[in-house]
Design a protein around this ligand. Structure first.
Ligand code: FAD
Ligand code: SIN
Length: 538
C-alpha cells in the first residue's frame, strides 16, 4: 500500500502492453502507480504468439493494410482511427525495438526494419506480421516490465485488484478520481486517488468455457466503467479464434494463425479439407469465416474437433518458426511434424469495450482506456489478426500525450470521497464449504455464455441467456452482501456483469455482421445497422 494515497499523479490499472506502455510515457510527467491483480507479467499480452501487424516491407503499403483492416471490420471500423494506427505502425515497432524487444529477422547479419521476418495471417493481403518466433507477447511483456521496474517514477503494486472507480459529478460532468483497490495479500481495501486514471485491464475471454485467454481476462475494466456510467460499445463482437488446441491438458492453448500463414491445412477427421466450401481464401480467410466454418463442420460431423495439419512442412522449419507451439504440444504427446493437431474455436478477443475518442478518453472526465478494454473504432465488427498489439502501443502514446495536458489542470480532492460501503474480509464469517458457491456461479456464467451466446446465436438462445443470467446476478448480489470480500468474488461480479452486457448488445443488433451471427437475422443490414451498439448505465 502506498504511504500516502495522494502520492500519485496517475493510476494505471493493468500491466499488459497497454498499461505498461502508457505508464512509461506518463512517468515523464509525474508519479505513476500501476495496480495489477496477479503477478505483473500475467496478462493476455504475455500469451500473444503471431505478432504485430505493421507495414515495413517495401512491397506493402499503408493503403493495403488499411483496406484489409476495413474489410475484416465489416463496415464498422472508424476509418480515421484505422488510418492513424496503421500509419503509426513503423514507429510503434521502432519504439519496441529501442526498448530492447528482440524480433525475428530474415538474417542475423542485417537488423534493419526492412529485414524483419514477416508472418502472414488471416485477412492480410501481404506478409506484414512482425514477430519474435511464436512468443512475441512474452518478449514484449518482459521488456516492458523491465523498463517499468527500472523507472524511478513508477511503482508497481502486484496482487492488487481494482474493485470500482471513484467518481463524482462536478459542474454537470462526471469525473474520475482513482479507484478502490483490494490488496489481495493484505486483505484490505483502500482508495488510490490520482488525477488521471487509465483502465488497461484487457479482455473478457473467461466469460466462456473455452478461451485462449488466461484467468485474469474477466472484463473487470468494462464492468467497472459501466457501473460508473461510462459509454460502452459493441460487446456483441466477441472474436472466436478458429484454432485453439483441443486437449484435456492443454485446453485453450492457442495454435497461432501464423501456422496457417505458413501453410497449415484444416482437415476433418477423415482427412478431407473443407475450407474451399466456405471462402476462396481457404485457411487464410478472416477469423469470423474460419471459426464459423469449423463450428459448422463440428456440428455436421458430430466430432469434437477438426484438425490442423502441417506435416507437409519440414520439421526443422517448424521447430525454428514455432518453438513455443512445438515444445508445448510435444510435452502433451503430439509431435506436430508428424501428427495433426486437434483444434476448436475458442473465445479470444473482445472487439468492443469502453468507448473512447481519438485520444483514448472515455465519456468520464480524466478516465482513459487503452488496449483490449477500449473500443476505439479500430476493429469494427471483426479484428484483423495482429492489429491488437499495434493499436495498444499507438493509443498508449497518444493517450499519454493527452493525459499530460489534463494533469496540468486537475486538483485532486481527497475529502469528497466517501468510505467504501462494503463489509471487509474477516468481518463476516462464512464457512469454508460455502465459498465453493463462488466457483459454482462462475461456472454457471461460462456455461450460459458458451451454450447460448457462442459463434452462432439466435433470438431464443439470447433470451434464455438473459433469463438465466438474471437469476445468477441475483445470487451474486446476495454473495456481494453476505460474503467476505475476496479476489474471486470481485472477479465473479465483473464476469457476470460483462456477460449480461454482451447479451444485451447482441439482442440490440438485429442483423448478422462480422463476428455477430444470429440465425434469425442472417443478413447484414447496412441500411439500419451500420452503426455501433452503445449502452450506458443510467
Ligand atoms: P492485457 O495484456 O490482458 O493486460 C491486462 C492487465 O490488467 C493484466 O495485467 C491484468 O492482470 C490486469 N487486470 C485486469 N483486471 C484488473 C483489475 N481489476 N485490477 C488490477 N489489474 C487488473 N494480438 C495481436 O495483436 N497479436 C497476436 O499475436 C496476439 N496473440 C494473442 C494470443 C493469445 C493467446 C491471446 C489471449 C491474445 C492474443 N492477442 C494478440 C490479443 C492481444 O494479446 C491482447 O489483445 C493484448 O495483449 C491486450 O493487451 P492489454 O494491455 O489491453 O491487456
Ligand atoms: C495468433 O497468433 O493467431 C493470434 C493473433 C491475434 O490474435 O491477433
Amino acid at each position: 500500500m502506498p504511504k500516502n494515497n495522494n502520492d500519485y499523479n496517475c493510476l494505471v490499472i493493468g500491466s499488459g502492453i497497454a498499461g505498461l506502455s502508457f505508464a512509461l510515457r506518463m512517468a515523464e510527467y509525474g508519479r505513476v502507480a500501476i495496480v495489477t491483480k496477479k503477478k505483473e507479467t500475467e496478462s493476455n499480452t504475455n500469451y500473444a504468439q503471431g505478432g504485430i501487424a505493421s507495414v515495413v516491407d517495401s512491397t506493402d503499403s499503408f493503403q493495403k493494410h488499411i483496406e484489409d483492416t476495413l474489410k475484416a471490420g465489416a463496415g464498422l471500423c472508424d476509418e480515421e482511427v484505422v488510418k492513424m494506427v496503421v500509419e503509426s505502425g513503423p514507429s510503434a515497432i521502432k519504439s519496441l525495438i529501442d526498448l530492447g524487444v528482440r524480433f525475428s529477422y530474415k538474417s542475423n547479419r542485417n537488423k534493419s526494419l526492412e529485414k524483419l521476418d514477416l508472418g502472414k495471417e488471416g485477412g492480410h493481403s501481404e506478409k506484414r506480421v512482425v514477430h519474435a518466433a511464436d512468443y512475441t507477447g512474452r518478449e514484449i511483456e518482459n521488456r516492458l516490465v523491465r523498463a517499468v521496474k527500472d523507472n524511478g517514477n513508477i511503482t508497481v503494486l502486484d496482487n492488487h485488484i481494482a474493485i470500482d472507480l471513484i467518481y463524482k459529478d462536478l459542474n454537470g460532468k462526471r469525473r474520475c478520481f482513482g479507484a478502490w483497490i483490494f490488496d489481495v495479500r493484505g486483505i484490505r481495501v483502500y482508495k488510490l486517488l490520482a488525477s488521471i486514471t487509465l483502465i488497461a485491464t484487457g479482455g473478457i475471454g473467461q466469460v466462456y468455457l473455452h478461451t485462449t485467454n488466461p484467468k485474469i481476462a474477466t472484463g473487470d475494466g468494462v464492468a467497472m466503467a459501466y457501473r460508473a456510467g461510462a459509454k460502452i460499445a459493441n460487446l456483441e463482437f466477441m472474436q472466436f479464434h478458429p484454432t485453439a488446441l483441443f486437449h484435456p491438458e492443454g485446453e485453450g492453448f492457442l495454435i497461432s494463425e501464423a501456422v496457417r500463414g505458413e501453410g497449415g491445412r484444416l482437415r476433418l477427421r477423415t482427412g478431407k479439407r473443407f475450407m474451399k466450401n466456405y471462402d476462396p481464401r481457404m485457411e487464410l480467410a478472416t477469423r469470423d469465416v474460419v471459426a464459423r466454418a469449423i463450428d459448422r463442420e463440428i456440428k455436421l460431423s458430430g466430432d469434437p474437433c477438426v484438425f490442423l495439419d502441417l506435416t507437409h512442412l519440414k520439421e526443422s522449419f517448424i521447430r525454428q518458426r514455432f518453438p513455443n507451439i512445438y515444445g508445448k504440444l510435444k510435452n502433451l504427446g503430439i509431435d506436430i511434424a508428424v501428427d495433426w493437431i486437434p483444434v476448436v474455436p475458442a473465445a479470444h478477443y473482445m472487439c468492443g469495450g469502453i468507448d473512447v475518442d481519438l485520444e483514448g478518453r472515455s465519456s468520464i472526465e480524466n478516465l482513459y482506456v487503452v488496449g483490449e478494454a477500449a473500443h476505439t473504432g479500430m476493429h469494427g465488427g471483426n479484428r484483423l489478426a495482429s492489429n491488437s498489439l499495434l493499436e495498444a502501443v499507438v493509443f498508449a502514446e497518444i493517450a499519454a500525450g493527452s493525459a499530460r495536458k489534463e494533469l496540468e489542470n486537475h486538483a485532486g480532492n481527497n475529502e469528497m470521497v466517501s468510505e467504501f460501503d462494503r463489509v471487509m474480509a474477516g468481518k463476516i464469517h462464512v464457512s469454508e464449504e460455502e465459498k465453493i458457491l463462488i466457483a459454482h456461479l462462475m461456472l454457471d456464467v461460462k456455461q450460459v455464455m458458451s451454450n447460448y451466446v457462442g459463434v452462432v446465436r439466435s433470438n431464443k438462445r439470447l433470451n434464455w441467456a438473459r433469463r438465466r443470467l438474471e437469476i445468477i446476478k441475483n445470487d451474486i448480489s446476495d454473495l456481494w452482501q453476505d460474503f467476505p470480500l475476496s479476489y474471486d468474488l470481485i472477479e465473479l461480479r465483473n464476469l457476470a456483469a460483462v456477460a449480461e452486457l454482451i447479451v444485451e448488445c447482441a439482442q440490440i443488433r438485429k442483423e448478422s455482421r462480422g463476428l455477430h451471427y444470429n440465425i434469425d437475422y442472417p443478413d447484414q443490414d447496412d441500411k439500419n445497422w451500420k452503426k455501433n451498439t452503445i449502452i450506458i448505465n443510467n
